[in-house]
Ligand binder design. Structure first.
Ligand code: NAD
Length: 435
């Protein structure tokens, strides 16, 4: 099939290259010239395992192209909308400017038989609001939310754990489903569950999934707060309740909390939309989920200040990690970067490191000191703060690191180190919700 993907960021670039790997002809469109230049040259504009390989093979096959000119997408049978829906400035609601602009640019090119497929995460009611202008051209609209995880984005796109199609009622809905089944032919043939539903449910599925995941993380972080008061160990607690299959152990890791370009802004946009719909009380708990999450960042900053004897101006602190999670260079609303920035703001001499995210972090916060080499960050540090659980930080040897720092105090903001091993090597170890 001939596909276009409008918006080639974390979602769109992966989607475009993955669809080519499934055998389709794809053109990716973005308004960002440098991103398109990089993609055209076969260079992933961000760190995502496996993306460069499928980009290169897609470009070599001649079935993958990128352009800043939307006219290049004119002959596509299916147009995916993958533009950003960030938090609106000074509000909780989502900014739909980019979605509206993408649809406005597409409309003059649409013709009967074409399907526009929304993948961006949007407030409930967005698809219904866009459907009329698309239908006037004879084309149809479906909403097909995306569940990929950064760090596993290629795998999640090529072999998703479920497909959700929000389609209109009647014959046009049947046709839209058939088109999407052809796009995702391999996944459908492999027995991937397909949920076919209406627009509102498809939109709600995405924000509900993110709200649930955020709630699970904040739940265990709330237990960490209680554990800190009573001297309990939240990691044992998580293991114990996680053995209950109804609860499950995944996403029950207490730490500095969630971040990234999705969870925080999606739960806030959900609260804003529910309020507009007159059902604010139904998701008011998400405001607490958000607050618990933000308090965990305060806690790490507090522990770091205590570690340097309350004298930030005299202290040098090594911050290990800047990305919001490992295997990504994404620093959008990253707890790790936030901790680094706040410590710096308090007068601490912060030296921050990350295997992939230093360039993005530097662009946003040039006032910080960065290094790609963890040894340079650790050298002479009065305290060490681990805030992104990259495998190389989990594997640090407390004896070797002990030889680099000035003072052996580590704050394990992700609860990934073995406290006994670090204490045995002469360290003061502080975890999150652990004695
Ligand atoms: P992003 O900021 O990385 O990418 C968005 C891209 O859209 C940018 O490259 C931007 O230049 C481009 N763009 C903006 N306006 C445009 C226009 N009019 N025409 C063409 N391109 C335009 O964001 P992202 O992380 O890829 O997220 C995109 C959407 O996908 C959001 O709604 C997000 O919530 C959702 N989503 C993201 C993920 C993820 O892991 N990143 C997962 C699931 C869903």
């Amino acid at each position: 099939m001939k596909l276009s993907v409008i918006g080639c960021g974390y979602l769109g670039a992966v989607h475009a290259a993955s669809m080519t790997s499934l055998g389709h002809d794809v053109v990716g469109i973005d308004v960002d010239e440098s991103k398109i230049a990089s993609l055209r040259a076969g260079r992933a504009p961000f760190f995502e395992p496996g993306l460069s390989a499928i980009l290169e093979s897609g470009l070599a096959s001649g079935r993958l192209a990128f352009s800043t000119d939307i006219a290049e997408a004119a002959d596509a049978d299916v147009h995916f909308i993958a533009v950003g829906t960030p938090q609106r400035r000074g509000a909780y609601a989502a900014d739909l400017t980019y979605v509206d602009a993408a649809v406005a640019a597409l409309v003059p090119m649409l013709r009967p038989g074409v399907l526009v497929v929304g993948k961006s995460t949007v407030p409930i009611g967005t698809a219904a609001g866009l459907a009329d202008q698309i239908r006037e051209t004879g084309a149809e609209l479906a909403w097909n939310p995306e569940f990929l995880r950064e760090g596993f984005a290629v795998q999640d796109t090529v072999t998703p754990d479920r497909l959700v199609y929000g389609v209109p009622e009647g014959e046009s809905g049947v046709a839209a489903r058939a088109t999407l089944d052809r796009v995702y032919r391999d996944a459908v043939a492999a027995g991937t569950p397909v949920v076919v539903t209406d627009y509102a449910t498809a939109e709600l599925v995405k924000v509900a999934a993110n709200a649930f995941l955020a709630t699970k993380i904040s739940f265990i972080n709330a237990m960490a707060e209680i554990s800190e008061v009573v001297g309990a160990d939240v990691t044992h607690l998580a293991d114990a309740i996680g053995h209950d299959a109804r609860i499950g152990r995944r996403f029950l890791n207490a730490g500095v909390g969630f971040g990234g370009g999705c969870l925080p802004k999606d739960i806030r946009a959900f609260v804003a939309r529910a309020e507009e719909l007159g059902r604010g009380e139904s998701v008011a708990f998400l405001t607490q989920v958000d607050a618990i999450n933000r308090r965990r960042r305060d806690r790490v900053v507090e522990l770091a200040l205590a570690a340097v004897g309350g004298e930030p101006h005299r202290a040098r602190v090594a911050v290990l990690g800047l990305a919001f999670k490992p295997d990504s260079d994404d620093v959008r609303d990253s707890p790790a970067l936030d901790v680094a920035v706040r410590l710096h703001g308090l007068g601490v001499d912060v030296v921050a490191t990350d295997p992939e995210a230093v360039p993005n972090a530097r662009r946003l916060h040039p006032q910080l000191s960065f290094t790609a080499a963890p040894e340079d960050a650790l050298q002479g540090a009065d305290a060490v703060v681990l805030v992104t659980e990259w495998p190389e930080y989990r594997a640090l040897d407390p004896v070797i690191v002990g030889g680099l720092v000035r003072n052996r105090t580590i704050i394990d903001g992700r609860n990934v180190l073995d406290p006994a091993a670090w204490r045995a090597a002469g360290w003061t170890y502080r975890g999150m919700g652990r004695p």
